[in-house]
Write a protein that binds this ligand. Sequence first.
Ligand code: SAH
Length: 470
Amino acid sequence: MLLSIITTHRPATELGFLLHKNPARAQCLEVAAGTAYVCYPEADETRCTASLILDVDPIALVRGSKRLTSDGEGFGLGQYVNDRPYASSSLLAVAMRRVFSTAMTGRCKERPELAAASIPLQISVPAVRCRGGADLVPRFFEPLGWVVEAVTSPLDPNIPEWGTSPYVDVRLTGSQRLADALHHLYVLLPVLDDAKHYWVSSDEVDKLVRAGSGWLESHPEKGLIARRYLAHRHPLTRDALARLAEIDDTEPEDIDNAVPLAELADRPQPLAVQRRGAVLAALRSAGARTVADLGCGEGTLVAELLADRSVERIVAVDVSCRALEIAGRRLRLERMSERQRSRLEIVQGALTYRDDRLKGLDAAVLMEVIEHVDPPRLAALAHTVFGQAAPSTVVVTTPNVEHNARFADLAAGQFRHRDHRFEWTRAQFRRWATGTAHRYRYVVRFVPIGTDDPEVGAPTQMAVFTKEAA
Ligand code: SAH
């Protein structure tokens, strides 16, 4: 199995920093399925290619696993004679994870800006086993911004009537962050293969949510991807879709589609829906007519604010252009009536800097935003919101980390989202909120959102700040 990553970013040899693998030195690592080699067939200023070669040990595979063949055959010749050592599948994904683990975190001490930037990339993987036809390759990769070439080989070039093989040579070209590109492959290679080589447990939900963070939530094929990734185990798929929806507020219909109707009746509403309800209730009881949604993300709260006739003006702010673009599409800006459009301003900006456009509003919302801000920058954010914009009401929600113990698929100590810089206990949130209220002359009250567990509290915590009379 061979994975090649080519860049023409200049100087191209910086790919070595991003992958944490020195271009001058070939490396060899033992992985579960055999031996992985990383080397650079070419590395100069203008073009650099890194190759991961996975040499699978078929005997070790038979010893190490109960379910080896793509048709699930447990014993017999199929155990020894199958495509697993040759076809690119979940074995390659697992090796990638091991060999490029640091690169996949997106961190790079030597070149932090480059790790955060989109660079020109070309990725090729020959002989990808693709159940369901080569068409799936563009269906999965094109929505992520890749230009896709997927070439199917004949089963036997000498006997054309046998038709095509299930193996596809995949080449992806695009401008992407390297860590994102690796995550796309890590998730989608096993999804194309649709035959995981190991038992799929609830840990996989967590892996999928983490590896898919930032792109899978809004992927048009996320249902199919989750189903295949989780080996068609329905309860896991449902958990994964619900978690993805919670992270990026996919519309609830998308989750409901994945749930058998019989189960719907006694299911509580998704947390994201409950959270928006609680925020809107706080704004209503404060009588807010002009509202800023700070860190609005993809605009789900904005949509509900627009639907509320008592809200006259909405300022939606986010630092991420991509999030704002998706928000624009989701809100169908181009089809919005002029009257409706005149109620909404969309502003790209960082909340850690003064912004006079936020002044003079009744209320501001920070829904699931503070935990995305580096702790040393939180004071700057508080100063912008409470000190300079200074609306009469500020509503802040954030995860309650104590409740993480109730998420079966979240390992101890793990956060709910890859981009969270921290998650606070109830006491930590109270300390921050009361300190901030005191400094900027607000009074604050706290409201749990979601099931309020007697031991660990509710999954989301909300603080509602009201400005003291001058
Ligand atoms: N409020 C939305 C999105 C939450 S995700 C919701 O609940 O659905 C957090 C959002 O905060 C992201 O869209 C991110 O781009 C934005 N964000 C993080 N740091 C920010 C900053 N310093 N300034 C502005 N937006 C920020």
